[in-house]
Design a protein around this ligand. Structure first.
Ligand SMILES: [Zn+2]
Length: 136
């Protein structure tokens, strides 16, 4: 399995800078993904499949993963509802993978004077545990 998640979708490195491994492990998934930042400080993102613009209030489907080595969740493959797959086709061994449906909400980062898109009201779909998947 040589799936490259680092470059897929252009969305990455999310979550609270203060999050610790402990926090990431114990928090319920739904709570964990609420308010998670999506992408760069812009007010629209694009569906990685069809290129549709998605902004505040839009429903998106996001693939999130975390490897066993890191407490951080990474977001990738942000898709519009039309393009959203409802399953994780190829579970990756050693990574926790989650398919999330959520609405996009705009939050203001007062300190940085930026507005960012965050996930709101996430619904957890398929979850793949690190034990799922095939060995390389
Ligand atoms: Zn799409």
């Amino acid at each position: 399995m040589m799936e490259s998640v680092e470059t897929d979708g252009g969305l990455h490195i999310t979550g609270d800078a203060n999050a610790t491994a402990e926090h990431a492990v114990v928090a319920p998934l739904k709570q964990l993904f609420t308010g998670l930042r999506v992408g760069l400080p812009t007010l629209t993102i694009r569906c990685c499949a069809c290129g549709a613009k998605l902004g505040e209030g839009a429903t998106v489907s996001v693939y999130a993963y975390r490897t066993v080595e890191t407490p951080r969740w990474h977001l990738a493959r942000c898709r519009c509802p039309d393009c959203a797959p409802d399953d994780i086709a190829t579970p990756t061994l050693g990574a926790t993978e989650v398919r999330i449906s959520a609405r996009l909400a705009v939050v203001s980062d007062v300190g940085a004077q930026q507005h960012r898109l965050c996930l709101a009201e996430p619904t957890i779909g398929t979850v793949s545990s690190p034990r799922d998947g095939t060995s390389p």
